[in-house]
Design a protein around this ligand. Sequence first.
Ligand code: NAD
Length: 390
Amino acid sequence: MNDRAIWPASMGALTRFEPQSWRVNATQEVSYEVRQVDGIFTPNSLQLITCGKAKPCSRQVIVIDAHVDQIYGDEMRAYYAHHRADVSILSLSVSEESKDLDSALMIARHIETAGVLRRSEPVVAIGGGVLLDLVGFAAGLYRRGIPYVKVPTNAMALWDAAVGIKTAVNALERRNRLGSYHAPTLALLDRSFLSTVESRELSNGMGELLKLAVIKSPRLFDLLERHSEMLLLTRFQDAIIAPEVIGLAVEGMLEELAPNLWELTLDRCVDFGHSFAPLLEMKALPELLHGEAVALDVLFSCRLARARGLLSDRDVHRVVRVMKSMQLPLRHRFFEQPGLLQEALEDTMRHRDGRQRLPLPDGIGACCFVNDVDAHAICAAAKEMAHADA
Ligand SMILES: NC(=O)c1ccc[n+]([C@@H]2O[C@H](COP(=O)([O-])OP(=O)(O)OC[C@H]3O[C@@H](n4cnc5c(N)ncnc54)[C@H](O)[C@@H]3O)[C@@H](O)[C@H]2O)c1
């Protein structure tokens, strides 16, 4: 062999193959921290002003959900004033319908106008999953990638959107069809934001807790079975159960994400609840929220699992009971239409490189993957979906 290493290095290597061919091999290290915090805008708290660095930042570029700004804006500005920080704030009205390239471009323009330093001034994103996805997407594109920090304020965002490295906008009539993998440098999870979240939004976020519990964590399922009503009622403000539930959910997510950050493996148990929901949710917009669609997919998939002997009748009843206590919908007409469900699965198969790779619960709290769900099975489960309590 005439290969010659021109530049071997820890982060990247260059090899020449004779006579006129070169190969670059490089790896990118990803390191970010997800931290549960209390009182993020408490004047003496250093969590936000340091953004994971040793010293407070003298300047911060912030993008905040306009609705969240209405509620927490005064507190946030007082916090930064206390730290004498120069802040440049974009307060952006966002929704699933406006989670698009135009909004991402507005964020990029704000970053440009603020003249953010390329490496040392992370953009701070404060809001729900939509805002976090948009800022992550813009930060990943701006100068081909600048650092950003996630501050989730909604339930779904707190234990899901803030935890991973995926960013996205809706495009081409599909949810999240354009996106990237762009890790934040830090995610600061303060559950006190949930005290002002509307009940339906809380239930919506709990759809993702249900997903994780059914497919991965008997302990989480047990807690949700016993405490979902209380968690909803207290808006996750109790000092014992809520932090444990959030901690279990975040750790469970990270256990699955960390070894597979770039989704090289497409058999992902965290895709449970995301097999049929993506297309149906997009078609139902704005009728169904994301977590509601996920929960319906969870129930539908549990019914598929029961038909295969993976779950018992009792297991499915337990899932139904937890969904009720989370005030999640048990029915939607789209989940009762076999043709539509089949179309949704086919769309998901393209996302999973041509195979179903359908995560199904193998008992509560464990996962297996199947590739042979046929029209007959979909039809039978769809029929059951029309009888919510069955
Ligand atoms: N990147 C990921 O890994 C990932 C994971 C899960 C979900 N997501 C994305 O997240 C989005 C859903 O997120 P979402 O459910 O947070 O929706 P959202 O961001 O639209 O927020 C829902 C509503 O809650 C309001 N809100 C947020 N925080 C509040 C607070 N503290 N008090 C009162 N109101 C508040 C918002 O203003 C908004 O009206 C979807 O677009 C989904 O694709 C991304």
